[in-house]
Design a protein around this ligand. Structure first.
Ligand code: ZN
Length: 351
């Protein structure tokens, strides 16, 4: 089955954080963090619909101007998400320019910004080019279990972390794929057709088992019509294949509260993108700046039982030592000795 999305670090392991998540076949993309994205081609920037910003330190948010510049004059709707205080950061960035002409553009660019409060409330505001990007407050929303974006086949979840300032970690969770078991379909004497898409749609929404499914088709014997309950069809002809999960954590202190939140967020992830700015011997520097060492990043990956850990956001002070940073992460990930990371109290996975 072709993957729903591909991921890549725009600036590799050492540049500004920006994880590009490409839904190639839909000409759509997401971004985790908005550092310098000069190397991202315009056509890739224009695919962005949703950008998740961990916090507004410059190396995580300086790419905003490039996005704005490329999207201006186009009919676009861009959503930005960030931690408490983020709406004001976006407001200042947008209003840093003079906008006397954009109201006359034939098409409209709309930026919607959202900030996730610690109580799960999502405060929202819109900035419309037709309105000279003046800030308009929108109705607040609620993020259940930190879910900021929930679509038919994936969701993005955020968790509050501490970097001496509020910071968000993110997980992109692909929902289970539903495959049709063709031989069972034949045994039941049912045809293929668009009704299977409706069946999958209802199954994903967890519609009640007794929901009637109307199946209509015609062949040389004429038109046929059958009504079968959703629950039976789901059991008999759909097979669930678990989706992939990607977790993304940058700029965090290594204390117990963060450890619990991170291991819970990343639990069982297929790919775990985690900052590893400092070598183990620079642990004092890491602690003083509320960052992880490479070994701490590897221990978190191990505690979260991820399948693969991808360290990045290496500090410029370790230029030329990238291999050692990588090795320290992978050693801690592989080595059970010394893994004393707090584990999460409960898990919402598998539910
Ligand atoms: Zn930072």
């Amino acid at each position: 089955m072709r993957p729903l999305f591909q991921t890549r670090l725009v600036n590799g392991t050492s540049g500004d954080p920006a994880l590009y998540i490409d839904f190639e076949f839909r000409r759509r993309a997401l971004l985790f963090d908005l550092g310098d994205i000069t190397t991202l081609a315009p056509r890739h920037v224009l695919r962005l619909t949703d950008i998740f910003v961990s916090h507004a330190h410059m190396d995580h948010f300086i790419g905003f101007d490039r996005v704005l510049r490329l999207m201006l004059g186009r009919a676009k709707r861009l959503r930005l998400y960030g931690p408490p205080g983020f709406l004001d950061r976006v407001t200042h960035r947008v209003l840093g320019y003079t906008w006397n002409l954009v109201a006359n553009y034939p098409v409209e660019l709309v930026i919607e910004a959202a900030e996730l409060e610690s109580n799960g409330t999502v405060r929202r505001a819109a900035f419309r080019s037709r309105n000279r990007f003046e800030r308009t407050e929108l109705e607040p929303a609620a993020a259940r279990e930190g879910v900021l974006l929930d679509e038919e086949d994936f969701r993005v979840r955020a968790v509050h972390l501490d970097h001496s300032i509020p910071c968000l970690g993110f997980a992109l969770e692909e929902k289970a794929h539903l495959n049709v078991w063709k031989s069972r379909l034949d045994e039941l004497g049912l045809p293929t057709g668009p009704w299977l898409n409706e069946l999958k749609r209802l199954a994903r929404r967890d519609a009640p088992d007794d929901t009637p499914m109307n199946i209509v088709w015609s062949d040389r014997d004429g038109e046929h019509r059958e009504v079968r309950p959703l629950g039976m069809l789901r059991r008999e002809i759909l097979r669930e294949v678990p989706g992939r999960t990607i977790a993304y954590v940058v700029d965090v202190a290594f204390h117990e509260r963060n450890q619990r939140a991170i291991t819970r967020l990343a639990h069982g992830a297929d790919l775990f993108y985690v900052e590893a700015p400092f070598l183990n011997e620079a642990s004092a520097r890491a602690a003083a700046t509320a960052h992880l060492t490479a070994g701490q990043a590897g221990r978190l990956a191990r505690a979260a039982a991820v399948k693969r850990v991808i360290p990045f956001h290496f500090s410029p002070r370790h230029t030329g030592e990238e291999d050692r940073l990588e090795a320290q992460v992978q050693d801690a990930f592989a080595d059970p000795v010394g893994t004393t990371v707090a584990s999460p109290p409960v898990s919402y996975r598998g539910t």
